[in-house]
Design a protein around this ligand. Sequence first.
Ligand code: DP6
Length: 367
Amino acid sequence: MKNNLMTEHFEPMVIKDFTPMAGTTQWESPSNIALVKYWGKMGNQIPRNPSVSFTLQNCVTRTQIDWFEKKGNSSELDFYFEGKLKPSFGQRIQKLIATIAEQNTVLNQYSFRISSTNTFPHSSGIASSASAMSACAAGIIDMLRQIREAQDSNPWDEDYFKQQISFYSRLGSGSACRSIYPNAALWGEVSPDLGSNLWATPLDHLLHDDFRQYQDAIVIVDDSTKSVSSTMGHGLMNQHVFSKIRFEEGLRNTETMLNILRTGDISSFIDIVEREALQLHAMMMTSNPSYILIKPNTLAIIEKIRQYRQDSNVPLCFTLDAGPNVHILYPFAFRDKVKEFIETEIIELNPKMNWIADEMGLGTKQI
Ligand code: DP6
């Protein structure tokens, strides 16, 4: 692998006799849903335990990056979201570009105009940093590829290209590094020869057929902004009374989950996915200070899911992000039944609730 594990950086890209030229690229990247959760980090975005996720298909960010030669004091970055200038998120993107520029100094010669849109409603409460950061990292790495290939016709190896995108997405937002790969991904070191803390590892090749086209129905329980950010939540894990147990459990559950995904053991899948979701929220409820992100309807939906599973034998299960919304995971074959269950039993809890039908998807791509 072309990286240096000690400095946690990729090899710098060497460009000789270089004249900056304007260019453009457009990328789409999805959100992902963790089955085993990343919760707690150290150093430079190094996870305290490995995590596993399904890559989504419909909840995506589309990002266009235009670059121009930087002139004098011209602005370095204008970031637009849904057509409007958004300097606050622009600062996070600026930070990501500065990080990539540490190793790839050609970037310092450019100004950028970046425009992003999401396919999911902005205020849906769905984590957008994974899709936004990975789409942006992909665009910038593609820009570097274009600059390099204008000088050297040897194309970059595709695996290396994706690994760089994953590496830099991670520095933008940890969970973003898993969005790059189709269907399922692992992030974090499971053993010296399995997984890496620096980038995600694709898992598509090991998926049992029963885990293909897995569905994710996202019930939006509450679309307001979170009271405690994920970054603060990760920080609280440093002093948490249960942190050691949680990090060990995250590692153990990752090992078991990899086996489950290989063998198609859906009942063990349900067991781990639900325990991981509840353990994530148990960590929030028992941190110091403690906080609660789930709402009464989150619990009501969980109860309905468990009851329905028992009564119908449909193998659906729930998971949660760092928020009140409920992701209902289930195999493709049960699509009609689960849709009917959601529309009759779940939405009746509060007819104002919306839900988004999503499923496994192919990861980050150029558009
Ligand atoms: C609960 O990736 O949003 O969704 O690295 O600080 O940007 P930062 O955190 P972030 O944390 C996501 C945590 C989670 C679980 C997961 O996706 O694994």
